[in-house]
Design a binder for this molecule. Structure first.
Ligand SMILES: Cc1cc2nc3c(=O)[nH]c(=O)nc-3n(C[C@H](O)[C@H](O)[C@H](O)COP(=O)(O)OP(=O)(O)OC[C@H]3O[C@@H](n4cnc5c(N)ncnc54)[C@H](O)[C@@H]3O)c2cc1C
Length: 567
């Protein structure tokens, strides 16, 4: 088979922007986008609140510098400042490019793109399409990719990433419709497979498919992954399902209220109130609940998000989707009643270690979007900066890969790579196997929630690691009961679980090692940020036996010195 010039794994915003840019850079290239779900079902479509860019449409004094500073402060000074600078400098360009491609942004009276306030930002900077921003961006990009002739391999599952130690060779995938395993040789591979917060299972805002597959494939292929211990908990997930109620709801003026009827954020962020950064607001909710000021229910303790004072007109115009989510999943109409919420695992700051072009240590292999750690979000991402991240670095990686690919010779993917996957998959249906997928998945989610959640201690994390290692051992005996070759969802769930277990181990081990509190990582036993010992990135590798090893690398600083982080 003739190699592809570029294979992009992932059809979310990151993957599709990369595909579009790569084809624009060199229209002669043969490019394919591989995705385990139909492209428009990628998690990007669930993004609600918006994308940040210092357009200064609402606040005329907003600047790119302020955006850079907010991003670095939000990251608790762990973001690489050169990368954060690129992110914010390119923001106005990519948002306007999207607008020109047809993304229907909400408008101000003067016809310019509407902007709303978002957590941790000094100015109104978040550009939005009502509360369906991700959906509109994703469909716009899909249309453009189809128009330009990007080839989509929808419902193909990535099994392994292949390279010869120096350069990319391609990927091994399974055609989910037929069960056939195929080697797809490529000069260049861009991983854009999204995040891993679904490992928290019932306590996650993520799509079922956000299981970190690309990051786990990179780990197994010997690549470095970075800062995995930093998992963002979004303050406002629905009480029962963990589904997201966008920060846009607080951006538009929603209040967080405890069982005493108090807007409790005045205790924790007197200036920014509900629009403090996510790590701070989530911790505040936890404290209120732990101190007995939460509401009780069978689904656990929760808080109120009150939008009633915003009025029906505003809610229907700017927050229609979250209203429907509250009605469908909690039976509560936000026009008439407060929404029951609690923090929910939402975003993976960690991911595949990549440079400012999205390039990894292996020539021709790139990582962009939520599966990458470039690192622009450091220890805590600001709302509206992830859609931005996938667009900016999707674009840069697509361009870089398109320029480099023609000079690379991929060689062949060895038949043993395909045979290895085949053997593994056949093994899962062996009748001696007794462990059930559902049990292991639930136990993984529970131990992560209990032991590697918002507040962490040495004792809890040690228990977390112990539990994860036990689950990893039991996984060796997991059985796929469905023997069908056609859409064997049981098999894909098991493969996803394998990936989540590998990444859960990095989360818990990284959190145990990091004896400080920074951004989303709050250690009750080390409550203070320790710049002397821990102002550095965590780096994880997997050795041939499957064990995780841990090292560190320095943070790239720039013109913003370390400061205390208050709001
Ligand atoms: C509910 C919700 C709301 C959000 N709201 C906002 C917001 O308002 N603003 C903001 O900035 N950010 C927001 N975020 C974060 C942001 O949407 C995501 O970080 C971002 O969209 C991720 O995009 P991506 O391109 O990296 O990956 P995704 O959109 O997650 O796409 C991943 C792709 O990889 C493919 N894939 C994965 N594994 C495999 C495999 N094994 N084989 C083949 N294909 C595979 C999938 O099929 C999919 O196409 C939100 C996130 C959530 C969950």
């Amino acid at each position: 088979m003739q190699p592809y010039d570029i294979i992009i794994v992932g059809a979310g915003g990151g993957g599709m922007y990369a595909a579009m840019e790569a084809l624009q850079t060199n229209p002669k290239l043969k490019i394919a986008v591989v995705s385990k779900v139909y492209p428009t079902r990628s998690h990007t479509s669930a993004a609600q609140g918006g994308v940040n860019a210092a357009l200064a449409n609402r606040h005329k004094d907003d600047t790119i510098d302020l955006h850079i500073f907010d991003t670095i402060k939000g990251s608790d000074y762990l973001a690489d400042q050169d990368a954060a600078t690129i992110l914010c400098e390119m923001a106005p360009y990519v948002v306007r490019e999207l607008e020109n491609l047809g993304a229907p942004f909400s408008r101000l009276e003067d016809g310019t793109i509407a902007q709303r306030p978002f957590g941790g930002a000094q100015k109104y900077r978040c550009c939005y399409c009502a509360d369906r921003t991700g959906h509109t961006i994703l469909t716009t990009l899909f249309e453009q990719c189809l128009r330009q002739g990007v080839h989509f391999l929808s419902e193909y599952y990535l099994l392994s990433l292949e390279h010869d130690g120096q350069k990319a060779q391609g990927v091994v995938v399974m055609n989910m419709q037929t069960g056939k395993i195929e080697a797809l040789p490529a000069r260049s591979v861009i991983l854009a497979t999204g995040g891993y917060a679904k490992m928290y299972w019932q306590k996650s805002s993520n799509a079922a498919g956000s299981t970190g597959d690309g990051i786990a494939a990179a780990l197994r292929a010997g690549l470095a992954v970075e800062d995995m211990e930093f998992v963002q908990f979004h303050p406002t997930g629905l009480r029962k399902s963990g589904l997201l109620i966008s920060e846009g709801a607080r951006g538009e003026g929603g209040y967080l209220v405890n069982n005493k009827g108090e807007r409790f954020m005045k205790t924790y962020a007197p200036e920014k109130m509900e629009l403090g950064p996510r790590d701070l607001v989530s911790r505040s909710i936890e404290i209120e609940i732990n101190e007995g000021r939460g509401f009780d229910s069978d689904a656990g303790q929760y808080m109120h998000l009150d939008l009633r004072h915003l009025g029906a007109d505003l809610i229907l115009e700017r927050l229609p989707q979250i209203r429907m989510l509250a009605i469908d999943f909690e039976g509560v109409d936000p026009i008439k009643e407060p929404i029951p919420i609690r923090p929910t695992a939402h975003y993976s700051m960690g991911g595949i270690d990549a440079n400012n072009d999205g390039a990894t240590a292996i020539q021709g292999i790139y990582a962009v979007g939520e599966c990458s750690c470039i690192s622009v979000h450091g220890a805590n991402r600001l709302g509206g900066n992830s859609l931005l991240d996938i667009l900016v670095f999707g674009k840069l990686a697509g361009r870089h890969a398109a320029q480099l690919a023609p000079s690379l010779n991929p060689g062949a993917i060895s038949t043993s790579a395909v045979e290895k996957s085949l053997k593994e998959i056949e093994g899962y249906s062996h009748h001696d196997r007794t462990e059930r997928y559902g049990e292991l998945r639930d136990e993984l989610g529970k131990t992560l929630g209990a032991n590697a959640g918002i507040y962490r201690t040495k004792k809890k994390l040690e228990k977390g690691v112990e539990d994860i290692m036990a689950i990893k051992e039991r996984f060796k005996n997991v059985r796929v009961n469905d023997s069908s070759a056609v859409f064997n969802t049981n098999l894909f769930q098991v493969l996803e679980l394998k990936n989540m277990i590998a990444l859960a181990e990095t989360v818990a081990r990284g959190a145990l090692a990091r004896e400080e509190s920074r951004g989303s990582h709050s250690r009750e036993d080390f409550p203070v940020r320790d710049d002397e010992k821990w102002h550095k990135h965590s780096i994880f590798h997997m050795n041939e036996k499957g064990d995780i090893t841990l090292s560190t690398k320095p943070v790239t600083m720039g013109k913003y010195p370390l400061q205390a982080r208050t709001y």
